[in-house]
Write a protein that binds this ligand. Structure first.
Ligand code: NAD
Ligand code: UDP
Length: 330
């Protein structure tokens, strides 16, 4: 009797914990780490991606897992699935890629998000939006707290992403208020790590690749602008904590407050790679934010979350990844 009871309890426990989770943008840099982590916790994961910036290479090690499913699909078109949770990451994140087809970027942030919210509404799934520090624009408050409304140029080349992501947050809040949807919003600050694409174009991967190849490292502007860089594992931890807690919808900042200038970052990467690359300077792109640093006190208060991996440790792992990647190209 006792034995049967125990088996029942295990079954009930498993039914309560094993979930079917949709990760849109799951073949991208962050999405692939998230899929991996959710699978390792015993969930079924549906990875949905149109491979605009993501790649099969990022998730090929997951394809044999019986709990993993891959769907090629553009979220700008409706899709019918049965899921318990949705992590909405689909959206190009690097400035060169989101500016390449700005109308598609806005569509992904608006039409795509409406489709995903519609899916959450029909299934009753909890849905988390991967929002961004870009919603603060070129911030006039420093560090940035969640209650800062931001300083965004609605007309500039970054607006498709910044305003798109702002509208996505608005849609999330309105679906929560109007339809009582179970939403979560995280605002992600600059994140780096293995599986950033070789042609990603963001600063960490650009600098590491140039340093490893001995090519010039290109700093835009004078390099006095700052960012605060977070290693991807810390982000994944924060996203899952946010999804799994019941009392707080966000938005919440997820980032590493260790602020560095772009010039300092270049120096660090040159040192860690033992590179002879020289540094060259190019014009600063329009609307490039001057300073960025998250205030993460809310994440600590609500989620007991803070980043654990330091910049040098994270850069070390990322440099190793790109070193292997570049060697295997030859
Ligand atoms: P990424 O470009 O590597 O990943 C985005 C993924 O979304 C790619 O696999 C791409 O193919 C897919 N995608 C794009 N448009 C799609 C569409 N319409 N339908 C289906 N799939 C689509 O970028 P990332 O760094 O992994 O970013 C993931 C998410 O996190 C994005 O929403 C981004 O805005 C957000 N974010 C990332 C950072 C960061 O520093 N990495 C910072 C802030 C916010
Ligand atoms: N940047 C740079 N050289 C590069 C790529 C980026 O100097 O090869 C600068 C860019 O102008 C910005 C910062 O690095 O000031 C971070 O750029 P990234 O594209 O990584 O992210 P975002 O601007 O969206 O924070």
């Amino acid at each position: 009797m006792l034995r049967i009871l125990r088996v029942d309890m295990i079954i009930i426990y498993m039914t309560n914990t094993k979930k079917t989770i949709l990760v849109t943008g799951g073949a991208g840099f962050v999405g692939s780490h998230l899929c991996e982590r959710l699978l390792s916790c015993g969930n079924e994961v549906i990875c949905l991606d149109n491979f605009y910036t993501g790649s099969k290479e990022n998730i090929k090690h997951l394809l044999e897992n019986k709990n993993f499913e891959l769907i090629r699909h553009n979220i700008n078109f409706p899709i019918s699935l049965e899921v318990d949770q949705i992590y909405n990451l689909a959206c190009p994140a690097a400035p060169p890629h989101y500016q390449n087809d700005p109308i598609e970027t806005t569509k992904t942030c608006v039409t795509g998000v409406i489709n995903m919210l519609g899916l959450a509404k029909r299934t009753g799934a909890r849905i988390l939006q991967a929002s961004t520090s870009e919603i603060y624009g070129d911030p006039k408050e420093h560090p940035q707290k969640e209650n800062y409304f931001g300083n965004v140029n609605s007309l500039g080349p970054r607006a498709c992403y910044d305003e798109g992501k702002r509208c996505a947050e608005t849609l999330f809040m309105d679906y929560s208020r109007q339809h009582d949807l179970d939403i979560r919003i995280v605002r992600i600050f600059n994140t780096f790590g293995p599986r950033m694409a070789l042609n990603d174009g963001r600063v960490v991967s650009n600098f590491i690749i140039a340093a490893l190849k001995g090519e010039p490292i290109t700093i835009y502007g004078e390099g006095n602008q700052t960012r605060s860089f977070q290693y991807v594992d810390d982000l994944i931890e924060g996203m899952i904590k946010m999804m799994e807690q019941d009392d707080f919808i966000g938005p919440v900042n997820l980032g590493n407050p260790n602020e560095k200038s772009i010039r300092e970052l270049a120096g660090k990467i040159i040192g860690l790679t033992d590179s002879h690359s020289k540094v060259v300077f190019k014009e600063l792109p329009k609307d490039d934010p001057i300073r960025r640093k998250p205030d993460i006190s809310l994440a600590w208060e609500k989620l007991a979350w803070e980043p654990k991996i330091g910049l040098e440790q994270g850069l070390g792992r990322t440099i190793e990844y790109f070193r292997n990647k570049i060697t295997n190209l030859h």
